[in-house]
Design a protein around this ligand. Structure first.
Ligand code: ZN
Ligand code: ZN
Ligand code: FE
Length: 761
């Protein structure tokens, strides 16, 4: 049979993950001749063989792709031409072509791990071992394309042995750009807080491990920045770390060597194991085992713990030497951005770390650990960073003009949309201080430079005071589009699922600026891919006495809730929460509520969680935004079947869910001595029932559409899973790759701004 030609174009994560060498091996194995090359949109293969062989080759491309690769799209077309004699890798596309080829960082692979454990191997115990399937990528790239001279490995001249591997087509380090070995690569160093050297190489690593075993705090330079590490089983070390970091309650991530070690601290479901092991190696929120040896201070009052597996050879060696799980928390003072440069780390972490385990492979782009959780049986990214950034998210409709979307305020990211892809920037934190804002702006400039994109449209939140809004408005591009917060949440979910029609989105979160200037956050929005947005329903607003103060002093929200529910005569004396509040404060806030002074109204479901949680858990304050809401969620007894009554007012649009009856019933339960697990479960079930009623009614009035769950409240599995069960007959969409919280917001802003900008083309 005559060989026929076929051109295959693959999109997804197919660059910098050892994909071209894999294609080469497979082609030779199958007997396909031709060539493969990288370009802006992915990888193209021109293959020649008989049809049957080509079909096998194409199938095996999908089924045998390297672990870090992900094929989103594979298109093939027949092509004319003469078959070349062999199969070859062509250099990356011509300079004129946009080359977008920096892949996300990848966790160390099993082959490299086996090598560093082998006393006979060249890279025995070498902490910077990597190959085409693993190692640093995004965080060490100075420019595109993905080639060693454009990385921070440029200054390390390859030794002969490394060069032979790099140039050997059959080698698993063929074209591994960050290739290194003890003879030619980066080295570890241990220094004290004064900058004095204490050791190099393996001696440095062992001394750091000794310090950790003795209860010390060590700053460890990793892949995307510094971590602060300490013994996670030693309570005094954990509390000292909290004190120094000025982080009172927020959970700290714990790193373990492998799944067996993780299983000692949590009963892992199959999907949680897979998530822990995935190449991005995120921090995974799991339920802590009662017999876990982790110090309670790792996650105070919280049944969940964030576990992650070692993801670099350095982490493996350190954990092996330390012989215990380690707290591995982003190295910063609370609220400041992650530290990633050596000089800056020594300056800023001076009072935080006793020792610094550093190395001479420079990090150019900081990238925090990603955070994920299994919701409704599948992984959901809660924080998108290392291992995912700068991966492209394919969109259903290519952007008409390049868009930069600036996000909101908390847990902020940005999004660059161009061509058929959207690129979410890494998590940088809350844009509430100059350092974080600087880091965020630098990340934007870098993304635009790497993507070779000059934005023509700039999207921002409606809130005029957000730093991201001010930044957007100060940018030179003339076309600005303000996108309402919850509209953006729903649009982000649509974009993630590539929905091209309409979606009824439940956008539930803490707060977001509404089109009427008030705070929204319990929204049911019918959103169209054409940029339209109709508000179908919302929640009755809750009074926030003292404005944002009520976000931390949640007892204010609880008081507003019961004042409203009991028509100004709530049984506060019978509720334990209010015993914990000074009588004078109670009096002042009551007056504020009565006179409406400095008391904005907020519709966020997150605020209802705060209010009910404060009552049920007898907690007057949140030490960080959303703490009481989170604890109220985890308090619920999933086996409790009951729920409370509620009202749905449908006389005019938007309809309004009224939880005054719910609050009365919950208060009665608490006064009858029912515990938080029961009351919280009933509260959750009430929200599910109310949402279900709205969705069914909306389907009758506005037509049946898919239903989407978005906003920070849907990080709560009980709520998401409850609604999935209640809406059995509906096509219900949840976030997976894009965070449900504000970390995913910029994607929605980008697609809405694109739809709006099209109309002004
Ligand atoms: Zn490897
Ligand atoms: Zn070498
Ligand atoms: Fe939000």
């Amino acid at each position: 049979m005559e060989p026929s030609g076929q051109r295959l174009t693959l999109r997804g994560i197919v660059q910098g993950v050892g994909f071209r060498p894999f294609v080469l091996r497979l082609a030779r194995e199958c007997g396909v001749s031709g060539r493969v090359w990288n370009h802006a949109a992915g990888v193209t293969i021109e293959g020649f063989a008989n049809a049957e062989v080509l079909a096998t080759f194409t199938r095996r491309l999908r089924t045998e792709a390297p672990p870090g690769a992900r094929i989103d799209d594979l298109s093939s077309e027949a092509m004319a031409g003469t078959a070349p004699a062999a199969f070859t890798i062509e250099p990356s596309g011509a300079a004129a072509e946009r080359v977008v080829s920096i892949p996300p960082d990848l966790a160390v692979c099993d082959d490299c791990l086996a090598e560093i454990a082998d006393p006979a191997a060249r890279r025995y115990r070498y902490p910077f071992t990597n190959c085409t399937a693993c190692g640093p990528r995004f965080t060490i790239a100075r420019d595109v394309p993905w080639d060693r001279p454009a990385t921070t490995m440029a200054g390390f001249a390859m030794c002969d042995a490394c060069r032979a591997e790099f140039e050997g087509p059959g080698d698993r380090r063929f074209h591994a750009q960050p290739i290194a070995c003890p003879a030619c690569g980066p080295r570890l160093r241990l220094v004290d807080a004064g900058g004095h050297p204490l050791g190099e190489g393996d001696a440095a690593l062992r001394a750091a491990a000794r310090a950790l075993r003795a209860g010390g705090i060590v700053a460890v330079k990793g892949l995307g920045g510094f971590h602060l590490a300490c013994d996670a089983t030693f309570a005094p070390a954990v509390s000292r770390l909290r004190e120094r970091k000025r982080r009172e309650q927020k959970p700290l991530a714990v790193m373990v060597r492998d799944l067996a070690a993780a299983a000692r601290h949590a009963d892992l479901r199959e999907e949680e194991r897979a998530l822990l092991r995935s190449p991005a190696r995120p921090v995974v929120l799991v339920e802590r085992r009662h017999d876990s040896r982790l110090a309670p201070g790792v996650a105070p009052d919280n049944p969940l713990v964030g576990l992650l597996l070692a993801y670099t050879p350095l982490h493996h060696l350190l954990l092996e030497a330390a012989q215990r799980p380690l707290v591995m928390t982003s190295a910063n003072l609370s609220e400041e951005p992650l530290c990633w440069r050596d000089d800056e780390a020594r300056e800023r972490l001076r009072g935080l770390a006793d020792l610094f385990l550093v190395h001479d492979r420079e990090i150019v782009a900081p990238c925090d650990d990603s955070v994920a959780r299994c919701i409704a049986g599948a992984p959901t990214l809660l924080r998108r960073a290392r291992g995912h950034v700068p991966g492209a998210l394919p969109v259903a409709r290519p952007f008409a003009r390049p868009v930069l979307a600036c996000g909101a305020l908390l847990k902020n990211t940005f999004c660059v949309g161009a061509g058929a892809a959207a690129h979410l920037g890494p998590h940088v934190g809350d844009l509430e201080n100059v350092a974080t804002l600087d880091a965020w702006e630098a990340a934007i400039e870098r993304a635009l430079r790497f993507l070779r994109v000059t934005p023509e449209v700039v999207a921002h939140d409606l809130h005029p005071e957000y730093a991201s809004t001010r930044y957007a408005l100060a940018r030179p591009e003339p076309l600005k589009v303000a996108v309402q917060h919850h509209h953006a949440h729903v649009a982000a979910l649509m974009a993630e699922h590539r929905l091209e029609d309409r979606l009824l989105g439940l956008a539930w979160d803490g707060t977001g600026h509404g089109t009427d200037g008030t705070a929204w956050g319990g929204e049911f929005l019918l959103v169209g891919a054409d940029g339209s947005c109709e508000r179908i329903a919302t929640f009755r607003p809750l009074a926030m006495a003292g404005g944002d103060r009520a976000v931390r002093e949640v007892w204010r929200l609880a008081l507003a809730l019961v004042e409203d529910a009991f028509d100004g005569a709530p049984p506060t004396a019978a509720l334990a929460l209010f015993d914990a509040v000074p009588r004078h404060d109670l009096h002042v806030v009551r007056q504020m509520l009565a006179s409406d002074l400095n008391t904005p109204r907020a519709r966020g479901v997150g605020r209802y969680f705060d209010a009910f949680g404060a009552l049920g858990l007898v907690r007057a304050r949140s030490s960080y935004e959303g703490e009481v809401a989170l604890l109220w969620n985890v308090a619920a007894d999933p086996a409790e079947p009951g729920r409370y009554p509620f009202h749905l007012h449908t006389r005019h649009l938007p309809w309004e869910i009224d939880l005054r009856l719910t609050a009365r019933a919950a208060v009665r339960d608490l006064m009858d001595g029912r515990g938080a697990p029961t009351v919280s479960a009933r509260f959750h079930r009430t929200l599910v029932a109310a949402a279900e009623e709205v969705v069914r009614l909306a389907a009758r009035h506005h037509g049946r559409t898919p239903v989407g769950l978005t906003g920070g409240c849907f990080q709560n599995p009980l709520l998401a899973e409850g609604l999935l069960a209640a809406l059995g007959g509906f096509d219900v969409r949840l976030h997976r790759e894009v965070p449900p919280g504000d970390g995913g917001l910029a994607l929605g802003q980008a697609v809405v701004a694109d739809a709006v900008a099209r109309k002004s083309l």
